[in-house]
Design a protein around this ligand. Structure first.
Ligand code: SF4
Length: 458
């Protein structure tokens, strides 16, 4: 069969979610073409040639882009079996079916995809675990075209993107992984992860970015992989995502991670309001975030926190407090500006809907926004979020630095409270931290430009 696999968006990463099924399908004799819409365009003119079109929906932004493209894909390729797969597939099944999708698969899609395309007797039971193979990255744009790492001294590193596990053993209420994995995670065999790292290092990667939801869900597994990478490629550096409570629980591991080349850890701090942290069931407090900053810095690792600043429980005061904490912990240069304007997403199946009284606070499910819309009880908070988001998008387009962008948010937050913003000093921005060049985020709404870029092309 001729199969087209499409990734609408994957945070500037070369998608594992295309390369892994490509390896499985090619090994069974299928012809597979890969289209990464971040760096290329939809092959509209040749769509009629494909028997199957698979679209990966690994994150909110990707799903919003995909739903905007699906009517045209369906109309252009009526012959193709249309399959959507990934974390955001099952929660949006009704919407996807209405848009003409034939099959909706979850993030553990591989066996079911093979079954759809093959004789059912020749493939593993769909309920059985996926047998991971080394991803086949042939046909994807060169790694050098993807998001690169910017190191404070100005050096730019080509980045390889690897995954060592799927799912997560925690149940944070707002997390889209939770309704699907329900507290389970699975390790990808180390030999597969290391072989994938090796092929990307051979393509020029000098830094590896681990895309696991939490790299320390299985510390022994993580260390085994890092030891092998260190032994074979001692100058290759890495980054990973680790939750705040894991940084505290595994503080003794931090010097070792640093020794293995860890430049920074991304951590979902989410809020400095302990009430909100409790509602999200994050398992950490505002004080813990400050500890995590100290622990990582003491080992020479930068901490790059992510946030969900705008929730139904945010007040103008707590938003200003969040910015104040970012300043006081000298994190301004460590936080991607989009993180300071994210609005809580409530996807289908979200554990947030289990909070007593929460369902009554949100509207009916919206197929357009792929979630339950909510408005804040205090319209000034929604107005501030709109202004703040516009400012960050404008700053991104106009190339403003992090301190200047933060300064704009600082002023907006003070103005909303009728206060005069104290002047920020340059030294309060904190140390420049290594970061990836992709400024967007998996839970952010796509911009008009992102939607338009994917729609064009020939
Ligand atoms: S937010 Fe992070 S720690 Fe919490 S469930 Fe999701 S991946 Fe796991």
């Amino acid at each position: 069969m001729q199969i087209l696999l499409v990734s609408p968006y994957e945070l500037g990463r070369q998608p594992f979610s295309l390369a892994h099924p490509a390896a499985l399908l090619r090994s069974r004799g299928h012809g597979v073409v890969l289209a990464d819409l971040t760096l290329g365009s939809m092959p509209w003119e040749t769509l009629v040639q494909f028997d199957v079109i698979g679209i990966v929906l690994g994150m909110h932004t990707a799903t919003r882009i995909a739903t905007s493209l699906l009517p045209r894909i369906r109309a252009t390729a009526p012959q193709a079996k249309l399959v959507c797969y990934g974390l955001y597939g099952p929660p949006n099944t009704d919407t996807l079916r209405r848009l003409g999708v034939d099959h909706v698969l979850g993030p553990e899609f591989e066996n079911e995809l093979l079954r759809l395309l093959s004789n059912p007797e020749t493939v593993a039971d769909t309920a059985s675990r996926v047998r991971f193979v080394v991803p086949d990255r042939i046909g994807l744009p060169a790694l050098s075209r993807y998001a690169h790492l910017i190191v404070p001294d100005g050096e730019r590193k080509t980045v390889g993107f690897v995954e060592a596990s799927r799912g997560c053993k925690y149940l944070c209420r707002h997390c889209p992984i939770v309704p699907v994995y329900e507290g389970r995670f699975r390790a990808i065999p180390p030999e597969v992860v290391i072989a994938d790292a090796a092929q990307q290092i051979a393509q020029g990667a000098t830094h590896l970015s681990f895309g696991d939801p939490d790299f320390l869900n299985g510390p022994t597994h993580a260390l085994r992989i890092l030891e092998a990478v260190q032994e074979n490629w001692p100058t290759v550096t890495f980054d990973a995502t680790v939750k705040i409570s894991h940084i505290l629980a595994h503080k003794d591991l931090m010097p070792r991670l640093s020794k293995y080349g860890c430049l920074f850890l991304t951590s979902a701090a989410e809020s400095f309001d302990d009430t909100v942290l409790g509602l999200l069931d994050k398992g950490h407090t505002a004080q813990d975030i400050a500890w995590a900053v100290r622990i990582t810095r003491a080992s020479g690792i930068a901490l790059t926190p992510t946030f969900v600043p705008f929730t139904p429980w945010t007040t103008l005061e707590t938003y200003l407090e969040l910015l104040t904490q970012v300043r006081d912990l000298a994190l301004i240069n460590s936080v991607t500006p989009i993180q300071l304007v994210i609005r809580l997403l409530v996807p289908e199946g979200s554990y947030l809907l289990r909070i007593p009284g929460f369902r009554e606070r949100v509207g009916g499910f919206s197929g357009e926004m792929l979630g339950y819309p909510w408005t804040h009880a205090d319209p000034r908070v929604d107005a501030l979020q709109t202004l703040a988001q516009r400012w960050v998008e404008k700053s991104e387009t106009e190339g403003r630095g992090r301190l200047e962008t933060f300064n704009g948010l600082w002023s907006l937050a003070h103005e909303a409270l009728g206060r005069k913003a104290p002047t920020l000093k340059h030294e309060q921005a904190g140390p420049a931290s290594p970061h990836l060049s992709e400024p967007w985020y998996c839970c952010a709404e796509p911009t008009a430009a992102q939607l338009a870029d994917c729609a064009v092309g020939g």
